[in-house]
Design a protein around this ligand. Structure first.
Ligand code: G4P
Length: 288
């Protein structure tokens, strides 16, 4: 399997990130609750040192809740502030403002000692593509989010969304490039749809997902698609094609179509709440 994040994109994203980080106090980093490890780019730790840090486990609605809690514990033990959210439905969003204050309390205290009072915290949302940055900003900022930068007569440049008197948010999120020197990480990014399907073999990807579900979420495939035999991943895809009447040329099984159905069902939560990674180091790579 072959995928890559083009170096040109990466250099540009990194440069933008470095410039924007200079302007802010707090980095709000979104990770995908289904793969909190693989959807992080650890370079952000180096770029964001000396900044307050908040990790949001986004799309928490798609991941197993007990594991969401384990991941929150894991990140907190590492010294980050961390909470789970569902940006799409607004779950967890209300408490974010107080979480932001809490994450920045050391900075606010330092300011206070230097006689600086009531200076708003400036924050930026960062994360890999598709993790939910825009959805989160919209959920948090609501109407205040309307962009003004590109309208005629309005000064261009950085736009800050004032969330309240204590917090301002940069209106454009920082894009982190996915990092996957490790193929297992790339595979998981592909499962959740963070890497474009066009550059991957859909069937191969779906077969890998069947293998994972077989070992970690037994019964899910049998129940969803009425499968009898899920031990052989490609046979399982043929059976899905049969049961879902995916045919080409009238009679041949369209396993490509069946693969897309499986991937889409997983990505949209139709297979249930599924987490691909556990926080304990030795089990971080549940998908081999
Ligand atoms: P980005 O800015 O980081 O690139 O991500 P964006 O907000 O565009 O979100 C990417 C997709 O993830 C969107 O779905 C969005 O609705 C979905 N999403 C964001 N947060 C959550 C969440 O907490 N839970 C769930 N279940 N989904 C979330 P889409 O299919 O591209 O669009 P749409 O079908 O929702 O319109």
């Amino acid at each position: 399997m072959h995928f890559q994040w083009y170096p040109g994109h990466m250099t540009k994203a990194r440069r933008m990130m470095q410039e924007n980080i200079k302007l802010i106090d707090l980095i709000i980093e979104l990770v995908d609750a289904r793969i909190p490890f693989s959807s992080r780019n650890p370079d952000i730790d180096e770029m964001g040192k000396n900044k307050a840090r908040l990790i949001l486990l986004n799309k928490a609605d798609l991941a197993e809740d007990a594991l969401n809690d384990e991941w929150i514990d894991f990140f907190r033990k590492k010294g980050y502030s961390a909470v789970k959210v569902n940006s799409k439905k607004g779950g967890g969003i209300k408490s974010i403002q107080s979480v932001i204050q809490e994450a920045c309390k050391e900075k606010t205290e330092r300011d206070r000692k230097r006689g600086i009072l009531n200076r708003p915290v400036r924050a930026m949302v960062v994360g890999i593509p598709n993790v939910g940055k825009s959805t989160f900003i919209n959920a948090l900022a609501g109407k205040a989010c309307a962009k003004t930068g590109n309208k005629p007569g309005v000064t261009r440049g950085k736009q800050w969304i004032r969330l309240n008197k204590n917090v301002e948010l940069l209106d454009t999120p920082g894009i982190l490039w996915p990092k996957f020197e490790d193929q297992a990480v790339g595979l998981k990014l592909a499962f959740i749809g963070s890497i474009k399907d066009e550059i991957l073999q859909t069937e191969e990807l779906a077969a890998e997902l069947v293998k994972f579900l077989n070992s970690e979420y037994q019964g899910v495939l049998e129940e969803k698609y009425g499968l009898d035999n899920v031990q052989d991943a490609y046979a399982a895809l043929r059976e899905i094609a049969e049961n879902r009447h995916c045919l080409v040329r009238g009679s041949e099984l369209d396993t490509e179509k069946a693969s897309s159905i499986l991937l889409e069902d997983f990505r949209s939560g139709k297979l249930g709440r599924i987490t691909l990674e556990k926080p304990e180091t030795e089990r971080q790579d549940r998908v081999e």
